[in-house]
Design a protein around this ligand. Structure first.
Ligand code: AFP
Length: 338
């Protein structure tokens, strides 16, 4: 019997244990981050369970548009938002929340305030819900740097000031990928334990990949560098093999694949949407933070994505992120246009 392997299997590194270990490296830490994260984890478990039951709930819904309590069934994205907002407020560790679902920022009442600000998309890719394709939650965390009344200025900061970022993917398995600024780590939900277990320690993105990921239906409206880049992916002139195209249309799924297999994910500007589609605070920043922590890059077409300073909470930006060398190529194409 292989006792060493057995010991490994019984010594489970849960996400809470992992973050507590990290915390012990900072003697001044009072465990606030661990508490905040445990509330985010709770939200992710709830959404995972709701997403898994979505098909079933719809069938039940067919019998009547109301649930057992006689209430109208809430859409999954609205439900997910409610759960995350309540979990974050009740953590007692947050002051400002920005959600994709809410037009205005939420300011936590003084008695429940804490030192963190959380920006999040509770259920990204929600147009994929009805066909069972992977969707996810994306989040980024800032620290409040003052004791005055919190304002939206507290989250209108560059992404490089985030202290942590992550996403949870509700797919064939439920995976939470997290960075607190010391690498990227992936945890898979063990449904029988109800715990996220470290399964992908220290994820590093391959330096170059053979996949590009973009909505090519927008190609007629792209600018020169994006058009040239995608042309290069399909018809390389340097003898290298053509890249494969993979596009789910759910950012968490497309970025997760890019992180593990390498390659590039693009949501460029186009003539119809000069700022692209994706939102800076809760899509572009968290994913760029993770990419850089994994050894990749994230670029807006003009600058490093994490150096953007948003002026509005729901601001959008073009984004090119993924393997270091692949992003270098698109950067070179934009530089040659200047
Ligand atoms: P939905 O939440 O409306 O499905 O949008 C998903 C998303 O914000 C992001 O997850 C995708 O990467 C991107 O939009 C897909 O956009 P296109 O449908 O325009 O390709």
């Amino acid at each position: 019997m292989d006792h060493a392997a057995d010991a490994h299997r019984t010594d489970l590194m849960t996400i809470t244990r992992f973050v507590l270990n990290e915390q012990s490296k900072y003697p001044e830490s009072r465990g606030d981050f661990t508490i905040l994260l445990s509330h985010i984890v709770l939200g992710c478990k709830f959404v995972c369970s709701a997403v898994n039951k979505a098909g079933l709930a719809k069938l039940i819904g067919l019998a009547g548009e109301t649930n057992i309590q006689g209430e109208e069934q809430k859409k999954l994205d609205v439900l997910s938002n409610d759960v995350f907002v309540k979990a974050l407020v009740s953590s007692g560790r947050t002051s400002v929340l920005v959600s994709e679902e809410d037009e205005e920022a939420t300011f936590v009442e003084p008695s429940k305030r804490g030192k963190y600000c959380v920006v999040f998309d509770p259920l990204d890719g929600s147009s994929n819900i009805d066909c069972g394709v992977s969707i996810g939650t994306i989040f980024g965390i800032y620290t409040l740097t003052h004791t005055d009344e919190p304002t939206t200025e507290d989250v209108l900061k560059p992404g490089n000031e985030m202290v942590a970022a992550g996403y949870c993917m509700y797919g064939s398995s439920c995976m939470l990928v997290l960075s607190t600024g010391t690498g990227v780590h992936g945890f898979t939900l063990d449904p029988s334990l109800g715990e996220f277990i470290l399964t992908h320690p220290d994820i590093k993105i391959p330096t170059k990949g053979n996949i590009y990921s973009v909505n090519e239906g927008n190609a007629q409206n792209w600018d020169g560098p994006t058009t040239k880049y995608v042309e290069k992916c399909k018809f390389p002139k340097d003898g290298s093999p053509a890249k494969s195209l993979r596009y789910v249309g759910s950012m968490v799924a497309d970025v997760h694949r890019t992180l593990l297999y390498g390659g590039i994910f693009l949501y460029p500007a186009d003539k119809k949407s000069p700022n692209g589609k994706l939102r800076v605070l809760y899509e572009v920043f968290p994913m760029s933070f993770l990419m850089e922590q994994a050894g990749g890059q994230a670029f807006t077409g003009k600058k490093r994505a994490l150096d953007l300073v948003p002026e509005k909470i729901h601001e959008r930006s073009p984004i090119f992120l993924g393997s270091y060398d692949d992003v270098e190529e698109i950067k070179a194409l934009y530089a040659s246009e200047e």
